[in-house]
Structures are given as C-alpha cells and as structure tokens.
Ligand binder design. Structure first.
Ligand SMILES: Cc1cc2nc3c(=O)[nH]c(=O)nc-3n(C[C@H](O)[C@H](O)[C@H](O)COP(=O)(O)OP(=O)(O)OC[C@H]3O[C@@H](n4cnc5c(N)ncnc54)[C@H](O)[C@@H]3O)c2cc1C
Length: 382
C-alpha cells in the first residue's frame, strides 16, 4: 500500500511526490491527463516547434530555495521575457516604462514627462496609476489616463469579461508605470526557461523508485470520501495530497466555483519569426488578449517555420471539457470556497495544495515553495 496518493502531476503534485519519495515514502501519483506536468506541460507540435499546450509559462522567482530545488532536475536557458503592447497603431513595452513614453509621445513631450516622473518618484520605481492620478501635475495625471485606457482597460475587459464599470477600482489603481529603462516583464533574481523544456524537468523529478505515476487516471474513479477515505474500494490509511478542484471533488454539492477559461488558437506560419517579441498584448483591439510566439521563449532555432498562439478568454462552464484557468476571486466566491474547505477539513488525511485546490492564482515558483513547505512539515511529523 502507498503512504501517499497524490492527485495531479503539476508543480504542486510533482514536487511533493519527489520530496516525500526521497524521505522514504511510497507515492502514487494519479493524473487524469495523458501526460505529466499540469499546465506547464510542453511538447513538440506537428511542425516540430516546441509549444506550451496550456499557455506560455515563464519561470521567475526571488526564492533561492525554489530555484535550487528545480535546478536538480533541469539546466536553465537564460531568458528575459519582454512584452510589447499593441494599441491601435502604437507599439510599446509593458509594463509601461520610460522607453514606452518615447514610443508613444513626441520627443519633446516624452522628455518633459520623463523628467517630471523621475523628479516626482525617482528611478527604478513602480508607481501605481492610482497614485499618479492624485498628482498635482496635469501632465502626470494625463499619463495615468493614457496608461489606463491603452494598457489596462480593454485588456482587462477581455480577460475577465467585465464591463468597465464593474472593474474593481482597487485593481485599476494598482496598474504600474515603471520609472525605468528596463524592458523586462519580470525583475526577479532568477528567471529563465528549463533548457530542454518543462516536460523533461517533470520526468526527471518523478523518476524515483518510490514514485508510481499513473496517467489517464481520473482520481474520482479510484478515490472516494465517505466516512473514511476509500481507495480502490478499501479504507486508505495514508495521506492524500489533492491538487485538483475542490468543488469537483465533492460533486459540486454547494454549487460550482466560477473560473475564467481560455481558448488557444495555435497557428503555424512559414516564416522564421512572426512577431518581434515573445508576447504581444492586444490592449485595445482584437478579440484575443495576446499572441505568444514560442520560439522566443524556448530559444528553438528553425528557419522558415514558427508557431504562434492566440489567447481568447471566456467564462468556464463546469462539468464540460473546459479547463478552469483563473479563479475569480471575490467575497462571494471565497465564501463558497470556504464551504468546500470546511468539508475537506473533515478528513484529517486530506491535504490541499495548488491553484485549483486552494482556489487562488499562484505562479509556478509560489507553488513550488508551498509544496516544499508542506513537505517540510509532513516529514517533521513523527
Ligand atoms: C495561461 C497561463 C499562463 C501562466 N503563465 C505562468 C508564467 O508565465 N509563470 C508562472 O510562474 N506561472 C504561470 N502560470 C501559473 C501556473 O500555471 C501555475 O502556477 C501552475 O500550473 C500551478 O501548478 P498546480 O500543480 O497547482 O496546478 P496544475 O498545473 O493545474 O496541475 C494540476 C493537475 O491536477 C490534475 N488533476 C486535477 N483533478 C484531477 C483528478 N480528479 N484526477 C486526476 N488528476 C487531476 C490536472 O489534470 C493537472 O495536471 C500560468 C497560468 C496560466 C493559466
């Protein structure tokens, strides 16, 4: 019998599996998809281009422990992600920075705004537009409005399906202007891409004699939560680490938790590069939010051949093939989640971890960090 059953082989499940296996525990990983890696899974498409099947994933972290842990299973390719916004005819780096200023305003106006921003806030500062809107300087207030309209508003409407008036003013206020010439999307101390891709990194992580991985295995077909935890028809005395959706685990008993899902439009083009940057955000026009060209991210070299992906955001429909990507975090949804959480707490040996099980948005590094912390605690127990 296994000591642990882990549901899901994304970062949450795979890091726990490896850590606990090395602590001498026997682990069964149940993964419903035909592959490991969760949403970070990558593979080669029919044109030989390495793609991320569930959307572009760029690794970045300030946590040394996380970077070092993953470095046991992969080498890294240095990659600094840069994102361009396309707003009508305008193209400029985002987060909006001093270089963006010079792309969208004439030289005189850009220079004037630059010196005002630097004088008011200093270099290398991320200033929220909420703060800029309160400036006594009309030019700075005007810039805040420009960023709101051309970077944030329509993009957010597309991403979250909200009307402009429904957008939380707090969220709007936090949109930053970066007083810097640094075009990188992330400023973390460690950033890059697994040299051979994410999937080989997961394969290395799960390659341990104490780990059994079962893909195409729906956990609910084998596990049930009655008075006890039942596995393959028998009481299971080990622990279950569950990284899937909690409403689904309990049959949507209290109603479905709302999410946004994404439709991905992959396109192959017979050119070496389709666009100038890894990701271009369409912040004003077009029905999609962004286009990612994978060769920039992965560093793959291929003449006359590239694959791009357009992202379309929409509401997730529970109990369909839709994949829940982004939890819609608000008071109502959080209180619904709390009902499921209370139910989960009835099972002492059921542990919840991950973006779905916790109904939160987590970057990959945060999940790795939480998985390591959970396993620290589990291995300290007797
Ligand atoms: C479009 C997009 C882009 C992103 N880009 C970045 C980025 O650039 N950088 C970054 O740091 N983070 C990014 N993220 C976040 C990243 O995807 C998450 O941090 C990460 O996937 C969390 O890992 P996880 O293990 O919690 O969940 P997942 O990766 O979703 O893994 C959960 C796994 O559990 C399996 N599962 C669920 N229920 C069951 C069941 N009943 N039976 C069996 N298996 C089950 C699922 O099939 C899945 O494989 C992005 C997210 C999205 C949606």
């Amino acid at each position: 019998m296994f000591d642990y059953i882990i549901v899901g082989s994304g970062f949450a499940g795979s890091v726990c599996a490896r850590y606990l296996a090395e602590a001498g525990k026997s682990i069964l990983v149940l993964e419903r998809r035909p592959h490991i890696g969760g949403n970070a899974y990558d593979c080669t498409d029919e044109n030989g281009i390495l793609i991320h099947k569930y959307g572009p994933h760029i690794f970045h972290t300030n946590e040394k422990r996380v970077y070092e842990y993953l470095s046991r299973f992969t080498e890294w390719r240095k990659y600094d992600h840069e994102v361009l916004a396309k707003a009508g005819e305008l193209e400029f780096p985002v987060p909006f920075n001093l270089n963006s200023l010079h792309k969208v305003f004439d030289q005189e106006k850009a220079a004037k705004l630059e010196s005002k921003l630097v004088a008011a806030y200093g270099m290398e500062k991320k200033v929220p537009i909420g703060e800029m809107r309160e400036s006594e300087d009309a030019d700075i207030r005007e810039l805040a409005e420009f960023v709101y309209k051309n970077v944030f508003l329509n993009y957010t409407v597309k991403q979250w399906g909200q009307k402009p008036e429904e957008i939380d003013p707090g969220t709007t206020a936090r949109v930053p202007v970066f007083i810097s010439r640094d075009n990188r999307y992330f400023q973390d101390s460690y950033q890059g891409m697994p040299l051979y891709g994410y999937t080989p990194m997961f394969e290395n992580m799960l390659d341990h004699p104490n780990i059994t991985v079962s893909c195409s295995s729906e956990a609910r077909d084998r596990l049930s939560f009655e008075d006890d935890i039942i596995f393959d028809g028998q009481k299971f005395d080990g622990k279950v680490i569950y990284t899937g959706a909690l409403d689904e685990l309990f049959g949507y008993e209290f109603g479905a938790l709302p999410y946004r899902t994404l439709d991905f439009g992959f396109e192959h083009h017979g050119v070496t590069y389709y666009q100038s940057h890894g990701t271009v955000n369409y912040t004003v026009d077009e029905p999609y939010t962004r286009i990612t060209e994978y060769k920039y991210l992965t560093g793959q070299k291929k003449e006359g051949s590239t694959t791009i992906m357009k992202e379309f955001s929409r509401s997730y429909r529970p109990e369909t093939e839709d994949i829940p990507y982004y939890a819609i975090i608000n008071d109502e949804n959080n209180s619904l989640y709390q009902k499921y959480l209370s139910k989960a707490k009835e099972y002492e040996n059921l542990l919840l971890l991950g973006r779905l099980a916790e109904y939160k948005y987590y970057n990959m590094d945060k999940i790795v960090s939480l998985a390591l912390q959970l396993c620290d605690t589990l291995t300290e127990e007797k």
